[in-house]
Design a protein around this ligand. Structure first.
Ligand code: SF4
Length: 505
């Protein structure tokens, strides 16, 4: 999605999007004219301001920014510090004499429904870089890395870095759903496989090159720049008492809206001329579905969304259009999420395919909601990263939000609506592979189900049932082996198939 195809607007005034009504992109001169000269307060002042307005990360987890900054600062040992003068308890660990902190702007938007960070990187890159500069100066470092996913954002940020002669570098990330997870971003910058590490490592302790690293989302840095420019009192003049400020939302993929915290969701949908349809997804594909009634009551703040059992997350709001099958759409996205896994843990390798199988069975009337919830609950809290839990949350919330549609599937094996595929997914590039079986050859040896149980299981007659997802990257070798070992030469891999609802074949 090009940032030019996204409509940007605001409710109640603009801060991050200031100047967007006049300029497509704020180069340095325009940025200075709109936002003024950069101020770089000392660490204590940055922490105090962030604490005063309870500034949270805008990448989805909502972690307090001041705590993250303080944790990194506590790990930084400047070249002048003498380890010999430290008390024994202060030595060792990951404190490295001379190790500068690294500031990482996480520009990954692996969520197909998100576009707000790319809009900032493309249209207000200096605001993001101001925030990174403020954090870096507070930490006494010049090491800034901006991790981005696409060419347009990379070009914009590189141009801005050149304009302000900033010693920062841009790193390109692969576009995958899990590539924006903080551990995956650090690994990508370090030249490793860009997937979340199997063991949780805090970036503040050991991040880029093993140095203490402050990694935060693009919007978070832009918010830090606005906070520093306005000061905490003026910053808090928008939003609620508990949650001051504004936030960026991506509505239905093609609209980005800046709103003050505390704005009712229905006001935002009306502003965008969008109807809630049969349900609204809040927080993206690791978020939760709201029924139209829930969407009507929802208020855009942590507290307000909690009250209806949802979250603002990374600000992704996806109303489902009328006329498409809700269960088919949910199954389609669950299938995509299963194929996007890193395959590092049981909940990803086996749990996500089980969820898709349970959804397929529910769609054709042979399964139950309890089966889906059981499949979603088995791996809860046991994943190597948040992907299995987030996917389970997305699926389980759909069971309540779309109860009427699911009842129709339970009773008749279908609801009568086609699945149009309206929820956004990355455009297939033709390289995606899927398993197919030549039924004129297959004689039910079952070897394939033994070799790739994640993707193939046997039915009660001993014939293979294929999970209709793209083949995850981590399974490609196993699938190739299964294809080469099929005694009847019945198993093959097809490519270039458009994504459709996952079905057993
Ligand atoms: S290994 Fe080949 S022949 Fe045997 S069940 Fe699988 S596809 Fe059919």
């Amino acid at each position: 999605m090009s940032s030019a195809t996204v409509t940007v607007s605001n409710i109640g005034g603009s801060r991050l999007t200031l100047g967007f009504d006049r300029f497509d992109r704020l180069d340095l001169d325009r940025h200075l004219a709109v936002h003024g000269k950069l101020r770089t307060p000392v660490l204590e002042d940055v922490v105090r301001m962030a604490e005063q307005v309870d500034m949270r990360g805008r990448g989805g987890a909502g972690f307090p920014f001041a705590r993250k900054l303080t944790a990194v600062a506590a790990r930084v040992v400047h070249p002048s510090a003498d380890q010999e003068n430290l008390l024994p308890g202060e030595r060792g660990g990951s404190r490295r004499p001379g190790a500068d902190a690294v500031v990482v702007v996480n520009g990954a938007e692996g969520e197909p429904g998100s576009g707000k960070d790319k809009v900032l990187l493309c249209r207000a890159p200096h605001l993001v870089l101001d925030g990174a500069q403020i954090a870096a100066t507070a930490l006494g470092t010049q090491r800034i890395v901006v991790a981005v996913e696409d060419d347009q954002a990379a070009r914009s940020v590189r141009a801005a870095i050149t304009e302000r002669r900033m010693p920062a570098r841009v790193v390109r990330l692969v576009e995958r759903f899990i590539s924006g997870e903080s551990g995956a971003v650090i690994r990508a910058i370090n030249g490793e496989t860009p997937i979340p590490p199997g063991v949780k490592v805090r970036a503040a302790e050991s991040g880029v090159d093993g140095c203490p690293t402050l990694l935060s989302n693009t919007e978070t840095f832009a918010q830090l720049a606005v906070l520093t420019s306005l000061g905490p009192d003026l910053y808090a003049s928008a939003g609620t008492e508990d949650e001051p400020g504004t936030t960026l939302l991506t509505i239905g993929k093609t609209r980005v809206v800046e709103v003050p915290y505390g704005t009712p969701l229905r006001t935002v949908l009306e502003h965008c001329d969008v109807r809630p349809g049969p349900g609204v997804l809040a927080g993206g594909y690791h978020g939760m579905w709201l029924s139209p009634q829930g969407a009507n009551r929802a208020v855009l703040s942590r507290k307000g969304m909690q009250a209806v059992g949802a979250t603002v997350g990374a600000g992704i709001i996806l109303p489902l259009a009328e006329g498409t099958c809700p269960l088919g759409e949910v199954t389609r996205i669950a299938s995509y999420l299963a194929a996007q896994s890193a395959g590092q843990c049981g909940p990803c390798r086996l749990g996500l395919p089980d969820i898709v199988r349970a959804l397929n069975a529910l769609s054709d009337g042979s399964g139950t909601v309890a089966d889906v919830k059981r499949a979603a609950g088995i791996g809860r809290g046991r994943g190597a990263c948040s992907h299995p839990d987030g996917t389970a949350r997305f699926v389980v919330s759909a069971m309540d939000a779309f109860a009427a549609d699911i009842d129709a599937h339970r009773m008749g094996g279908a609801c009568g609506l086609p699945t149009f595929g309206v929820l956004p997914l990355p455009v297939p590039d033709g390289s995606e592979g899927r398993i197919a079986i030549d039924w004129s050859r297959c004689d039910g040896h079952g070897l394939c189900a033994y070799l790739v149980p994640e993707l193939i299981q046997l039915d009660r007659y001993g014939f293979p049932v294929v999970l209709g997802t793209d083949i995850p990257v981590w399974m490609e070798r196993d699938v190739a082996r299964a294809v080469s070992m099929c005694p009847a030469l019945a198993l093959r891999v097809t490519t270039g198939i458009p994504r459709s609802p996952a079905r057993g074949s």
